[in-house]
Design a protein around this ligand. Sequence first.
Ligand code: BTN
Length: 288
Amino acid sequence: MTSNPLEPPQAEPLPDDLAGALTAARAELDHIGSPVVYLPSTPSTNDVAAQLAEAGGADGTTVVADAQTSGRGRLGRTWFSPAGAGLYVSVIIRPGAPGGPQGARESRTDARVPPPSRLTLLAGVSLGEAVRSSTGLPAEIKWPNDLVFCGKKLAGILAEGALQQGVLEYVILGIGINVRAVSYPPDIAHRASSLEAELGRPVDRGLLLATLLVNLGRARRALREDAVHSWFDRWRALSPSAAGALVEWRAPDGVRRGRTAGLDHDGALLVRSDRGVERVSSGEIIWL
Ligand code: BTN
């Protein structure tokens, strides 16, 4: 029997709460979440999604896990992903694709690169608006796309791109959302929280997942049609700290300090310092 590389052997049917919500949202879902591959546990959904992309997985293919044993975050950090506590989701985005299935690949990608910041910014808006509309929690974005509430991080996005022969072949958008209240490891306990801990009531994670995928579909369309202007405005509305907040960041010539001054057209953070307005496009911002 030959195995299908687009169906990992550990895949299982989606749990009822997630399946029901995705079915209810079917008319709005576009092709993001088509298909959804569900794994009870996996090292990292980003790795599974990358494997599927290498095997020809289509734009919009989505991997969801109940637990990750090696979940990772930005800047080489670990993403705490215990079973039943969160949503761990990765979506294949193929910048050049009209949305249909891709042919099986003959060779592997030749480099992993940071993805375009516009894509990650629109993913941040999709996440922030999904959390707000499906749970009512007025969470905010901290650049580039940490979702926070009262200074604690609730969700984050790890976007990983893959180049082949100098062309961006696909991006894996990995999204982790802390849903249920759990005990966090000591090193992150002071800065991490969950939606349910902040709301003090249960969250419908199916509705949250469906809303997120609907929003990502809209973001995908806006990028394709180069209609991202309103998304930048929505990002600003979700991110009051992007204007006027005191920050530090590591520049090539040392640690710099200034006040946030909005975004540029590529999604880089602008910071007003004693040298004028500087552009920060990667790395870590320390919010003072
Ligand atoms: C961050 O550092 O803020 C980004 C966190 C991203 C975590 C998600 S969970 C699903 C996907 N799989 C991973 O290993 N990481 C991302």
